[in-house]
Each structure stands twice: as structure tokens, then as C-alpha cells.
Design a protein around this ligand. Structure first.
Ligand SMILES: [Ca+2]
Length: 496
């Protein structure tokens, strides 16, 4: 399977390098601050903080049974609702397209993740590789209705002129356009095909150099806090905080690298059991659910040499630290909202974009020679290590498979909704929701209607379903038993 992906990559690189344009662009007129013309309506509208986590396993976070310390996310869960059956696609960009459009990703332009288009798909409607003209984005829709719109983090929905965050509805943005890069200041493309969108923008200006002390999660939170605190009026805001953690490379600042030392020394099945036991206590799985043994595609712990065990344990120590640092930064944003007196009127949504990542760095087709991946150097800026298959399966506990597949471990993601308007607490184990449902729900909550045309383009209908009722009305059914949804990615398919 790996070879097939690599071939696809190489094939698409040619297309990208001959058709792309990635220059500087001045802000468009529509990007100027909108005047809030709907003050009375806005008095009842909540602020919205939408947090997306990148390549997270289903049971990594403590409210989902994880041993990783995530006290701030735990607090969100304790004061809000976990939706146990929440689905996305198995890849970053298609999932984000669902979040930003309310539509199936095959309609909105991310039918597959660019540059993975097959030759028959390239630039065909629904496979443009950016949010196409059938879409009015969530930030565009909210901004047209008096919201301030801020973004900090990963975009992955187009690098072309007119398709970048500052042109897609965000009034203020600090964005990384691609799928991933260093978490430190040493920007590098994950592979040859990623070069074209390995770029940061500060609003509409390309960032040539990051600050020396840049670390992704810290900096993204700093920027979101800056945007929120600099706001001069009382209009509500929409904040899209799209972390790149814990996507590979597993980069961790020195002072955090040993925080989980020893925690993973007992291996894969030990952590599986810890998580299963926790999930049973939390009521997330049946008490008699047997342990998922994994796919058998990867070596078992007792088949590893002593050195391999050390390397494997280190991967997971770093991965856990990436997640705890992100949690700490979520806490900082929530604290800033509290200080601004805005927390009580803020609705917080937290979601993973897809399952845990099983690939090793060679997947990206990059020359790895310049990196030092020795045990002692793992986690440093000049290393490039990933979680890889065996731990990715553990991170998906109790589900099977992982990112890129439509197994439950690829497409079922953690989801928490908390804060303003969420009166039900605990776990909703009845409903199943999809990434497309977030935009219709937010428009339902705010009483905002998306028009049928935008910028002279006829828009496609949103395919998502509002789950607003579920937040306050026990027993609400978002979809009845006969109504499901399909997911397709790289010809892997699921119907739920
Ligand atoms: Ca992802």
C-alpha cells in the first residue's frame, strides 16, 4: 500500500509544480473589517471557539480514557457533552473541508487530499484541492452576520490566490497552509509534494522567518489570545484554533521531553489495558468488551529488541508531551477568555480531524539523511520521527485501524462541546454525528441563514444536519435509524 501512495505522490508532484502559483497577495476588499450591523441580534449570540486537533487517537485524551495529562480538556468535558459517535474522514484536509463548509467533501472541492488526486480526478469538480465556488465558508457566513473571525493554526484547504484563510472569511489569521511541518522555527516540507504549501501567512503576508523560540502550540495560542484581547467592540467572535499537534514530526521542547519518561516502558498492551479500564469506568464502552488485539501488521512488544523497545517508548513519550503542551495552551486561551469576561458566553467545540497516524517518515518521500533520529536526539528540531503503526493502533483503542483507513480508528474522533447553550452534561451515546454537522449546528444556534448565492456563485446545499437540539434536550435524535452518511477517501469507504 505504501508504494501505491508514493507513486501517487510522485505523479501528482508534476502536476503541482506546473500549475501552481503561490505568491504574495494583498488583502481583498471583502477582507476589510465588517461593520456590525446587527447589534441587537448579536447580544444573544455566543462567541465560538472551535478547536481542531491533528491526528489524535480516539483514547488519547483523559475524558476518553487516556493516560496523557489533559486537565483543561477534561474540564471542558466535565462541563459539557461528549458525543461518543462522532465521525470525520480519515485524512486532514477532507475533514477540515467538512468543518468549514458543512458539506460532503466531494462537493466542496476536497474530494481527496491534494496532491493525492488521481489523474482522472485532477481539477474535476469536487476535486479542485481547495474550497471551490460552491462553498460559502463558515467564517464567511458568520462574518457577514456581524461576527469577528479569527484563525490560528493549520489551514490545508488551498494555497492558491483567493483560497487562503485571509481570503476565505478570516478577519485576522496566522496560518500554516500545508499539512504539516516542523513544530519549531526551522520550517521544512514533510516531503517533495508538500513544498508548494509549506508556508505561513500572517494575515495576507508571507512569513519569511519564524521567531527563534517558535513552538507551534504555544504560538498558535498566543495569536488567538492576541486577536481576542485586541478586539475593541462587543460583537461576538468565531475563533478557529487549529493545532498541528500531535501531527508528526514528534517535536518537543527540551524541558518537556522527559515528562513521560518510563510511562510507556511496559509496551503496547499495557497501555491498551489502562485505556480500556478507564473507558469502562467512564461508561464509554461496555464492561465486557474484550481488548482489541490490533491488526497484527506490526511487531508485538515482546518481539522487539531492547533498543527497539527504548525507541518505541520514546515515540510515545514525545507524542504524549505534544498533547499535554497543547492542552496547556487550550487552558491559556480559556483563561484569557475568563479575564476578558467572555468565557461564560463562549461555546467551545473540540474535535480531532482524523485518527492516529501509522506512517513512518519515509511515507512522505523525503530525504531523511539530514535528520538525526538517534534515540538521544528524538524530539529535537533536527529529528523527524513519527508515532508509527503499533502505537497508532494503541492510540485508537478500542477501535481498529487508523488514519488513511475508514476503519473506526481512522474516522471516529473525540468530540466535546461545552459552554454557552450546552445544558446537557456527560456522554451522548445515542446519536452519531459527522464533521459536516458542525456548520449547520452553529448557524442554527446563532440563528444565521447561509444564503443560496455568494459572490455571484450559486452555492451547493449543505449536507450536514444540525445537532443543536441534542445540546439541551435529552433524548433528541439527530438522525433516525434509517438515515446514515457515507465516507470515502482514497477509495476506502464506509457507511454509518
Ligand atoms: Ca490530521
Amino acid at each position: 500500500m505504501k508504494n501505491a501512495y508514493l507513486l501517487l505522490y510522485l505523479f501528482c508532484i508534476g502536476f503541482l509544480f506546473t500549475t501552481s502559483s503561490c505568491g504574495n497577495s494583498k488583502n481583498e476588499d471583502e477582507n476589510e473589517a465588517k461593520t456590525n450591523t446587527n447589534t441587537s441580534a448579536n447580544q444573544n449570540r455566543p462567541n465560538i471557539l472551535f478547536i481542531v486537533i491533528d491526528d489524535l487517537g480516539y483514547s488519547d485524551l483523559s475524558p476518553f480514557g487516556g493516560e496523557i495529562r489533559t486537565p483543561n480538556i477534561q474540564r471542558l468535558a466535565d462541563n459539557g457533552l461528549i458525543v461518543q459517535h462522532c465521525y470525520t474522514t480519515p485524512l486532514c484536509a477532507p475533514s477540515r473541508a467538512m468543518f468549514m463548509s458543512g458539506m460532503d467533501n466531494h462537493i466542496s472541492g476536497i474530494g481527496t487530499m491534494s496532491p493525492y488526486q488521481a489523474s482522472s480526478q485532477y481539477m474535476q469538480p469536487g476535486y479542485e484541492g481547495y474550497l471551490n465556488d460552491r462553498v460559502m465558508t463558515l467564517p464567511e457566513t458568520l462574518r457577514e452576520n456581524g461576527y469577528h473571525t479569527y484563525m490560528s493554526g493549520k489551514w490545508h484547504l488551498g494555497f492558491e490566490d483567493g483560497r487562503r484563510p485571509f481570503e476565505e472569511g478570516f478577519e485576522r489569521s496566522f496560518s500554516f497552509l500545508g499539512g504539516g511541518t516542523s513544530h519549531f522555527s526551522n520550517i521544512f516540507a514533510l516531503g517533495p509534494a508538500e513544498k508548494i504549501h509549506t508556508v505561513y501567512y500572517d494575515d495576507s503576508v508571507v512569513v519569511e522567518e519564524l521567531p527563534d523560540d517558535f513552538y507551534s502550540s504555544d504560538y498558535y495560542a498566543d495569536r488567538m489570545i492576541q486577536y481576542i484581547t485586541e478586539q475593541q467592540d462587543d460583537a461576538p467572535f468565531f475563533g478557529y484554533l487549529a493545532f498541528t499537534a500531535p501531527h508528526d514530526p514528534l517535536h518537543v521542547p527540551t524541558e518537556w521531553q522527559d515528562k513521560y519518561k518510563g510511562v510507556y516502558d511496559k509496551g503496547y498492551d499495557h497501555i491498551r489495558k489502562v485505556r480500556m479500564d478507564n473507558m469502562k469506568k467512564l461508561g464509554l464502552i461496555a464492561k465486557d468488551l474484550p481488548m482489541n488485539p490490533g491488526s497484527g501488521e506490526f511487531k508485538k512488544w515482546n518481539e522487539l529488541s531492547a533498543h527497539e523497545k527504548k525507541v518505541e517508548a520514546r515515540r510515545m513519550e514525545l507524542y504524549a508531551a505534544l498533547i499535554e503542551i497543547m492542552d496547556l495552551n487550550i487552558g491559556r486561551v480559556l483563561e484569557a477568555l475568563q479575564k476578558e469576561g467572555k468565557l461564560d458566553n463562549t461555546l467551545v467545540i473540540l474535535i480531532g480531524d482524523n485518527g492516529s497516524n501509522p506512517k513512518d517518515p519515509s511515507f512522505y518521500g523525503k530525504d531523511l539523511d539530514p535528520f538525526d533520529n538517534s534515540l538521544e536526539n528524538m524530539g529535537n528540531p533536527d529529528s523527524f520521527v513519527s508515532l508509527e503503526g503499533a502505537w497508532a493502533e494503541v492510540a485508537a483503542t478500542p477501535y481498529s485501524y487508523f488514519k488513511t483507513t475508514t476503519g473506526e480508528g481512522g474516522v471516529r474522533v473525540p468530540f466535546i462541546i461545552s459552554g454557552s447553550g450546552v445544558t446537557l452534561k456527560g456522554v451522548d451515546a445515542t446519536n452519531k454525528i459527522l464533521g459536516t454537522d458542525i456548520m449547520p449546528t452553529l448557524l442554527d444556534i446563532t440563528g444565521i441563514k447561509r444564503p443560496d448565492t455568494f459572490k455571484n456563485n450559486k452555492l451547493a446545499p449543505m449536507t450536514g444536519t444540525s445537532f443543536n437540539e441534542m445540546l439541551s434536550n435529552k433524548g433528541s435524535i439527530v438522525r433516525d435509524e434509517k438515515t446514515g452518511f457515507g465516507i470515502e477517501s482514497l477509495e476506502n469507504k464506509a457507511y454509518l
